[in-house]
Design a protein around this ligand. Structure first.
Ligand SMILES: C[S@@+](CC[C@H](N)C(=O)[O-])C[C@H]1O[C@@H](n2cnc3c(N)ncnc32)[C@H](O)[C@@H]1O
Length: 239
């Protein structure tokens, strides 16, 4: 065997990353995925496209795990910014052969926001027809699209990565929970640190209040061992 053929035999083919291989014990009560299979996919497929900023490896793992396990019919995510999260969702659905609708929303150009991407909006997904880009407020636009579809079997996943202030995230969580009883929710920038750090802990606080006010409605899984932090609020693993 030549070195070239050995390297070729070790190369990542993506063939392990299937619905059947990536999820374990679907009939059991706990969320469980195959972290080795998902690691291979993240390292070999996603990182070369999106790097590890703003989403470190552990957060990409959670994003992919959420899709593997929860199998949403729709993904609504905001804000689009340059399109890294939208691209992660798209590549994952594509690799799994899923037909999930992906909608990504950012604020119109005339709305001022410190993180607004301007002309760079969505450049990582602009050429991908399956990712629908919209302008508007993320929550209002998503709910309008869902209402227009009148799909009673929709099981959407919302990815909240817009304005991470306490009041915005609180409004987003409360409204989604009220209007979409089957929705799962993934949130970015959820790390908690004590006040000496000076960090914005708005998302963390809004999540804690939701879990306190609506006991038993969601279960949560977090990657909160450092910034930026990500939390998945999921309803039922038995899909
Ligand atoms: C941290 S960036 C998002 C990063 C993005 N998910 C990515 O993967 O590249 C925050 C984005 O949210 C947008 N944004 C802030 N508030 C929003 C809202 N209410 N609706 C939609 N987008 C919003 C900002 O314009 C900005 O582009």
């Amino acid at each position: 065997m030549t070195i070239k053929s050995i390297l070729k035999s070790l190369a990542y083919t993506g063939s392990d990353f299937t619905d059947a291989n990536s999820v374990l014990n679907l009939r059991c009560s706990e969320f469980e995925v195959n972290n080795w299979v998902i690691s291979d996919f993240v390292v070999h497929k996603l990182v070369p496209i999106v790097g590890v900023r703003p989403f470190p490896l552990n957060e990409q793992m959670l994003m992919v795990a959420a899709l593997c396990r929860l199998n949403p019919t729709h993904i609504f995510e905001w804000g689009t910014n340059v399109g890294k999260s939208a691209r992660i969702f798209h590549e994952t659905c594509k690799a799994l052969g899923r037909n999930t609708e992906i909608h990504s929303i950012d604020l119109p150009d005339n709305v001022k926001h410190v993180e607004h991407p301007g002309a760079r909006r969505g450049y990582l997904v602009k050429h991908i027809k399956k990712v629908k880009l919209h302008l508007g407020d993320g929550l209002d636009t998503s709910l309008r699209i869902l209402a227009e579809e009148r799909n009673q079997h929709a099981r959407p996943l919302f990815f909240l990565d817009g304005d991470h202030s306490y009041s915005s995230v609180k409004r987003e969580l409360r409204t989604i929970t009220e209007k979409n009883p089957h929705a799962d929710i993934l949130l970015h920038d959820t790390f908690y640190q004590s006040k000496e750090s000076g960090y914005n802990i708005g998302s963390y606080q809004a999540i804690e209040e939701l879990l306190h006010d609506e006991p038993g409605k969601f279960r949560s899984l977090s990657q909160n061992n450092g910034l930026p932090g990500m939390t998945l609020l999921w309803r039922s693993a038995g899909r």
